[in-house]
Design a protein around this ligand. Sequence first.
Ligand code: AMP
Length: 157
Amino acid sequence: MSNLEAMSPDPSQPADSASTSPAGLAADPPDPGAADPAAIASGAAANDTIFGRILRGEIPCDAVYADDLCLAFRDVNPQAPVHVLVIPREALVNLGDAGRQHRELLGHLLLVAAKVARQEGLEGWRTVINSGAEAGQTVFHLHVHVIGGRPLSWPPG
Ligand code: AMP
């Protein structure tokens, strides 16, 4: 692993804005994942994916960034000259398992995705999070694809 620079939380930002609802919006809905045994169980299952094994150091990866919340590494089957996956260390299956308690983590993953993209020299890039088999998810541990280095068409397939 090289050229790693851990990203610390921005001290100028509030530590937790979870209690602040955006202006004009109703209060946050109940957290669907807060105490859901199914979500907890599926989170445990995420530990058993290949990404869980990478996080535990059981199999290697080509890492490009790491910090206490996440790991970013090159996709083994790249779909573009740059194809990096950013994964949380916490075992979340996908966005369907995320609750209010994950807001800071999810924001962090997106900031790291942008950091990695810039680190890779990209001026434009695509971030993708597949949630569920129907959407093309094949590894059931939440991951953000960072794809770039070639023209990307829209809509995706
Ligand atoms: P998704 O289809 O959104 O679940 O994406 C899973 C991605 O993980 C695919 O792009 C795979 O190529 C990638 N992948 C699977 N196993 C590995 C691995 N051991 N190291 C790096 N990337 C992997």
